[in-house]
Design a protein around this ligand. Sequence first.
Ligand SMILES: *Cc1c(COP(=O)(O)O)cnc(C)c1O
Length: 371
Amino acid sequence: MNQFFPVSQPSIGEQELAYVSDAVKSGWVSSIGKYIELFETSFAQFCGTRYALAVSNGTTGLHLALVSMGVQAGDEVIIPDLTFVATANAVAYTGARVVTVDIDSRTLCIDPGAVERAITPRTRAIIPVHLYGHAAHMGRLMAIAKTHGLVVLEDAAEAHGAEIRGQRVGSLGDCGVFSFYGNKVITSGEGGMLTTNDAGIYAKARLLRDHAMSADKRYWHTEVGYNYRMTNLQAALGVAQMERIDEFLAKRQQIMQWYRANLEPHPKLQLNYQEPGTKNVYWMVCLEMTGITESVRNDIMVRLRELGVDTRPYFYPVSDMPMYERAETPVAHDISGRGINLPSYTDLSKDDVRHICGAVQEVLFKMDLLQ
Ligand SMILES: *Cc1c(COP(=O)(O)O)cnc(C)c1O
């Protein structure tokens, strides 16, 4: 009975080991080497975009994308209030104002109506976040952006392979950014990828990724660039993971079915939503309980941990954090305090999920939260 289930853990196999040791042995351990191009090519193909650019992580990728799309100090950028803080931080790095708006209660993604109401003459960009693996409402958002002359950057850090009517995220906005942190759908240790069909954005991002060094005059720079490069070692891990991504995505669907079979019979418990016409990749198993306070939610998490089941709380609203402006986002505030993420990694077995769900039910029964 000493089993412990973390929320997340990467699946690393023989191929990962083989490619990484090949990269080490080749001597190409920094940001030149065959695995970088291989990773970029396979990722662009996976997303269905013309271009993909490997970067040091998802946060630098978001910053690089914003700068490459022309976002600067004095602009306003609209983001959902419920997201990982990196979405907001990347905006802050540019000097633009972070404008947080409310979310849709079912998809947990940015509410297009709220985006429309937040637009001012200074608005420059929208960053929909495909939260926990569910694609944001890209059709409506792109229409709003077109009407108002805005650019759209998809924060797809949590949603590799998510789709809307058969089209993958990262190919739906002007630009997309993915993360390969250790707990994401696939990992390169740390790492990120920028995807776009726009040759101009790609060229600008590629230049700025490497200190904006002139293509025909080495060590000559015409603007302030960055070192946001990925290493060949990271890319080697990423290439091996790309070879298994279809298998990972299929397994995530299976794991979600197991969770649904165990927990959905309880009307008070709600698991991940999937909007018709979209494919959710279930990066995190999301469990929401109706009618509980945040402190009860926290108590549930402590008790689950005692039973060997690790969980994490939903993100807190960005607008509650001291460095950002406060915002009226009742939906984000309500849901944030009622949700937890359960173990969500691809190596979970059917028995593991049954065990985890047994612990969830045991805790909730003891707390008189389930009949
Ligand atoms: C993980 C994540 C990021 C940042 O990615 P890193 O690679 O960790 O920098 C950005 N946005 C969201 C929504 C994320 O979940």
